[in-house]
Design a protein around this ligand. Structure first.
Ligand SMILES: Nc1ncnc2c1ncn2[C@@H]1O[C@H](COP(=O)(O)OP(=O)(O)O)[C@@H](O)[C@H]1O
Ligand SMILES: [Mg+2]
Length: 256
């Protein structure tokens, strides 16, 4: 955890009409860390992600990624660059394609600069496709999806599709991933799988995370640090244990 934070947000604000969805929030994600972001519904968590990932433009504040000011960059520009990726609550896979094809496409979208190389013309791009296939297979094995890898992704369960989506995000070797409610709507058995996948990516691949999640057990088990939003403002920040015994947090979020 040396040097600059991987993500440094300062004074971030975003209003929709009279609603101050995010109101002057400072937040840092340290290198190598899994940081949680929690708060009641409507407290501004997704809007915070929108402004950080380029989906929405903040009214004020700055976003620095890996030391570089990326405030106001578009979602496409940030995603294409591949250093910071963001998941959405809704899962999207190519249903007719198998898992390996899904992952290779995800890798191609980031690592292929030109149309010619996207279509695999030339020896160099063939070598890159081979590299992507190898990485895809490794991630499929790690995600516990090896047994179903030849099935069309559309035939798999919602939880398995979440795992595919997660593995897809690891294809371009990002430094930071923003996860918006990764456990929403998946069964308890698969929750453990997704937790393991996040831990593996963090510990073995060196990916840092900022995670919005309502499942407090998951937050407590994977996060070193947690920030709490309430009505667009940062209410508290600390270790999961500190957050759980913080009286203001209990009142706002945990119901007293
Ligand atoms: N695109 C939008 N247009 C108008 N209001 C929005 C938009 N996005 C979010 N909001 C409002 O901003 C507030 C924060 O919402 P959101 O960031 O989705 O909270 P959370 O993710 O914590 O549930 C809510 O009052 C919500 O209605
Ligand atoms: Mg939300």
């Amino acid at each position: 955890m040396t040097g600059l934070p991987i993500l440094e947000i300062t004074g971030l604000s975003k209003s929709y009409g009279a609603i101050r969805a995010v109101d002057g929030v400072d937040l840092q994600v340290h290198r190598g860390e899994i940081c949680g972001l929690i708060g009641p519904n409507g407290s501004g968590k997704s809007t915070f992600f929108d402004c950080t990932s380029g989906l929405a433009r903040p009214n004020a504040g700055s976003v620095r990624l890996d030391g570089q000011d990326i405030t106001g960059w578009s979602l496409n520009r940030i995603a294409r660059e591949g250093r910071m990726l963001r998941s959405f609550q809704k899962t999207v896979t190519f249903g007719a394609l198998d898992i390996e094809e899904n992952l290779v496409i995800a890798g191609q979208m980031f690592t292929f600069p030109s149309v010619a190389s996207t279509f695999g013309l030339g020896a160099r791009s063939r070598a890159r496709v081979d590299g992507l296939r190898q990485r895809a297979r490794e991630l499929i094995r790690l995600s516990g999806l090896w047994d179903v890898k030849t099935q069309p992704a559309g035939n798999l369960s919602g939880g398995q599709q979440k795992l595919i989506q997660f593995a897809s995000m690891l294809m371009p070797e990002p430094k930071l991933i923003l996860l918006d409610e990764p456990m929403a709507g998946i069964n308890p058995k698969l929750i453990e799988r997704v937790v393991e996948a996040i831990r593996y990516a963090n510990e073995q691949l060196g990916v840092s995370f900022l995670v919005i999640e309502h499942n407090i057990d998951v937050i407590t088990s994977i996060c070193q640090r947690v920030a709490v939003l309430d009505q667009g403002r940062k209410l508290a920040e600390g270790t999961p244990a500190e957050i759980m015994r913080n009286q203001a947090v209990r009142e706002a979020y945990l119901g007293g």
